[in-house]
Design a binder for this molecule. Structure first.
Ligand code: C2E
Ligand code: MG
Ligand code: MG
Ligand code: MG
Length: 272
């Protein structure tokens, strides 16, 4: 009886695996179509100084309205794009569209573009960045690339070499989702990052959890001693912002300060 039960459970499991694989293939197919038809667009989320409230830049976030399905989160489709090889073309589109749009802004704010680990593993990324800057006329200091630690882990030496070459162009490099990886300190030691982005998973707890607050305090101290500014991600409440300010965090990003979207230039000027 136990054997029959087990067989049945394995059967369900395999059916589910099949379905998941089919779904991923369908998403991959739609992603390739979206590349051909320019089916993506960009949203921008403001980053602000915690002390002055001034805008320090905008993170570029990829948006995709999957035909017949509605908006799909990049957290869900980027891994599939990496798996099916579409990430190269998508990453190239994001970089060039973001630089082109930002070059036409009335205010010369910085933009922060997310880069996948697979892009980092290729020296072509250096040429692509150089080419896009030349073509769009965006000043290199207005571009920042956001990379995660997991992106660097795959081929560490090569990733760090690629980042060095990009930094030499005058582009800055931020480490994204900091505090969630497992070799954070080693990664910080091996590359001169321009910014540390504190992962948003810390935020819900900072108001009432002393432990979370202690970790944030330690990361801020680390940033300070390395002279690397720390930006807190996912700030949703003014109580969270108060804690960050009290602890000496310099920059923040999150729904409290602005949701990702199109930039209202007039509104921005009023709040700047
Ligand atoms: P990320 O780089 O850490 O981006 C921040 C994510 O947090 C965004 O989700 C943003 O909408 C969300 N967020 C911002 N403020 C808040 C807040 O106050 N509360 C909460 N709960 N969330 C907040 P999004 O746009 O869904 O992107 C998810 C992830 O997908 C990004 O995480 C990034 O890893 C990846 N991604 C987005 N665009 C691109 C891209 O162009 N290329 C690559 N390779 N990855 C991208
Ligand atoms: Mg990011
Ligand atoms: Mg992040
Ligand atoms: Mg993230």
């Amino acid at each position: 009886r136990a054997k029959a039960e087990l067989d049945q459970r394995i059967c369900y499991y395999e059916q589910e695996m099949d379905e998941a694989a089919r779904e991923r293939r369908a998403v991959a197919k739609d992603l390739w179509t979206a590349i051909e038809t320019e089916g993506f667009h960009l949203a921008y989320q403001v980053q602000k100084s915690v002390t002055t409230g001034r805008t320090t830049g905008y993170e570029v976030l990829l948006r995709w309205n999957r035909p017949g399905h509605g908006p799909m989160s990049p957290a869900d489709f980027i891994p599939i794009a990496e798996e099916c090889g579409a990430i190269g073309a998508i990453g190239a589109w994001v970089l060039s569209a973001a630089c082109r749009e930002a070059a036409a802004w009335p205010e010369p704010h910085k933009i922060a573009v997310n880069v996948s680990g697979l892009q980092l593993a290729q020296f072509e990324l250096v040429d692509m960045v150089k080419h896009v800057l030349d073509q769009t006329g965006l000043a290199p200091h207005r571009l920042e690339l956001e990379v995660t630690e997991t992106a660097i882990i795959a081929d560490r030496k090569r990733a760090l070499a690629v980042l060095s070459n990009i930094k030499a162009l005058g582009v800055s490099i931020a480490i994204d989702d900091f505090g969630t990886g497992y070799s954070s300190l080693d990664t910080l030691r091996s590359f001169p990052f321009d910014k540390i982005k504190l992962d948003r998973s810390f935020m819900p707890e900072v108001e009432h959890d002393e432990q979370a607050k202690a970790i944030i305090r330690a990361i801020l101290a680390l940033g300070k001693s390395l002279s690397v500014p720390v930006l807190a991600e996912g700030v949703e409440t003014s109580a969270q912002l108060d804690v960050l300010r009290a602890e000496g965090c310099t920059e923040a990003q999150g729904f409290l300060l602005g949701r990702p979207g199109v930039i209202d230039w007039d509104g921005m000027r009023r709040s700047a």
